[in-house]
Ligand binder design. Structure first.
Ligand SMILES: *[C@@H]1O[C@H](CO)[C@@H](O)[C@H](O)[C@H]1NC(C)=O
Ligand SMILES: *[C@@H]1O[C@H](CO)[C@@H](O)[C@H](O)[C@H]1NC(C)=O
Ligand SMILES: *[C@@H]1O[C@H](CO)[C@@H](O)[C@H](O)[C@H]1NC(C)=O
Ligand SMILES: *[C@@H]1O[C@H](CO)[C@@H](O)[C@H](O)[C@H]1NC(C)=O
Length: 404
């Protein structure tokens, strides 16, 4: 017995010596969209709902930031703020989302999650959620030997009426194979209609922003991995594209970009917020100096309505209402976003947000006006699909590189 245990220990020691250090790993992402129909048409009303839901999500996080830190994250106009927070819960949230896999508990169960750099908290449907969570994989803390109740409840609201509420637990989480111990997670006892399986293809949501915008007052899964020394580098990176999309954990995937990165320090440790240089259209610079949040959970590029109208005026685009603009499908402009001194162009394919109306030759632009977030721009998928993006929690910076 003793001999056996000694040789086992020796074998384990030998293994520990020969096993390579954990390597950064990728999580393939799939995109689900309800903004566009299969034949490429888009309804401006669903874009407006998306703008409103993005404002609501970011304002909720800003309110959490204020509670957690005692200072304001940004100051949108109070009138707009009230209007946004009270907006119509019946409007459909037609976000495009990026889904990946995560394992939770002991033994680990696999769940599909929406990976969102525009929020911090992690939640899954729990056993008492019942009909509201049917069709989703259910996380049951009673079936996990590493789950611990925190004795606190949570409520998260991500968009108009889209909410989850339940109890907070800690448990072991495996992200791309890297282990986070005692990760705080919400176990939902209620999902709103917007999170039902027919509307939300993931089981839960995993935020990747900072603790200061957390409703739970807790670290994101990735921040936990970093604080526990579980990842080789404090970096994660996204490729968001029509195919081959992935979230890379613990570094960057050198096969997916052309060096060098252009790194920008984040200006507020809440969201991934940076100071950009300029936004131009067909060679005319319209915005000079701007603040932006880099958000994988937002589909479009959103900006202050007056700047957005000046941008579209250059190409004589028509506003179809609510900050959404149409233009001829075959005349997509050359939009450039300059960050850290480097100009990144939006491809016509990413700027063209889909067909609109009956002519078949009118399309909607991928930049839309938002009133709810003050002067902030939101760099969502319409921008992020043009670049490889690295998020560095070690030196609080975001890096952009050209896609390989
Ligand atoms: C989990 O265990 C607790 C304590 O034993 C019990 O009260 C609760 O009903 C269980 N929940 C489920 C969903 O099994
Ligand atoms: C952050 O670290 C990266 C390397 O991962 C480096 O290239 C970059 O310059 C650093 N950025 C800042 C703002 O310090
Ligand atoms: C926009 O309209 C103005 C006035 O009608 C015209 O002078 C200009 O050439 C148009 N620009 C484009 C890009 O169509
Ligand atoms: C955009 O730039 C390309 C070359 O960089 C040019 O061929 C094209 O005409 C430009 N499009 C517009 C609408 O200016």
């Amino acid at each position: 017995m003793r001999a056996l245990s000694v040789s086992l220990t020796a074998a384990l020691q030998a293994l520990a010596i020969t096993l390579p250090q954990p390597q950064p790993l990728s999580i393939p992402l799939t995109k689900r969209s309800s903004l566009r129909t299969d034949d490429g048409y888009v309804d401006p009303a669903s874009i407006r709902a998306h703008i409103s839901s993005t404002e609501t999500k970011l304002l909720r996080g800003a309110a959490a930031f204020e509670r957690n830190t005692g200072v304001a994250l940004f100051s949108p106009s109070p009138a707009k703020r009230a209007e946004v927070l009270g907006s119509d819960p019946l409007v459909d949230d037609s976000n495009e989302r990026w889904y990946g896999k995560i394992e939770v508990g002991t033994p680990p169960y696999t769940f599909t999650i929406d990976c969102d750099t525009g929020s911090t908290d992690f939640f899954l449907p729990g056993p008492s959620c019942g009909e509201a969570c049917s069709g989703h994989e259910i996380y049951n803390p009673n079936s996990s030997s590493s789950a611990e109740p925190l004795g606190r409840t949570f409520t998260v609201e991500y968009s108009d009426g889209s909410m989850a509420t339940g109890d907070l637990y800690t448990d072991t989480v495996l992200l791309a194979g890297f282990k986070a111990s005692a990760q705080t997670l919400g176990v939902a006892s209620l999902y709103s209609y917007e999170l039902s399986s027919e509307n939300f293809g993931a089981d839960g949501l995993m935020g990747m922003a900072f603790e200061s915008v957390s409703e739970y007052g807790a670290n994101s899964v990735f921040q936990t991995l970093v604080s526990q020394g579980a990842v080789p580098e404090p970096v994660f990176a996204f490729k968001l594209a029509s195919s081959g999309s992935e979230l890379y954990i613990g570094g960057v995937n050198s096969a997916l970009y052309y060096a060098p990165f252009t790194y920008l320090p984040i200006t507020q440790q809440g969201y991934w917020q940076v100071a950009g240089d300029a936004i131009g259209i067909d060679g005319k610079e319209i915005v000079n100096g701007f603040s932006a949040i880099v958000d994988t959970g937002t589909t479009l590029i959103l900006g202050d309505t007056s700047y957005v109208s000046q941008l579209y005026a250059v190409i004589n685009a028509t506003e179809v209402g609510g900050g959404v603009y149409s233009l001829p499908c075959d005349a997509m402009p050359n939009v450039t976003i300059t960050l850290g001194g480097k100009s990144f162009a939006l491809s016509a394919e990413t700027f063209n947000f889909g067909k609109y109306g009956s002519s078949g030759n009118t399309c909607l632009g991928g930049i839309a006006g938002s009133d709810g977030l003050g002067d902030l721009w939101i760099l969502g998928d319409v921008f992020l699909r043009n670049v490889y993006t690295a998020f560095n929690v070690g030196n609080f910076s975001v890096g952009f590189a050209d896609l390989a």
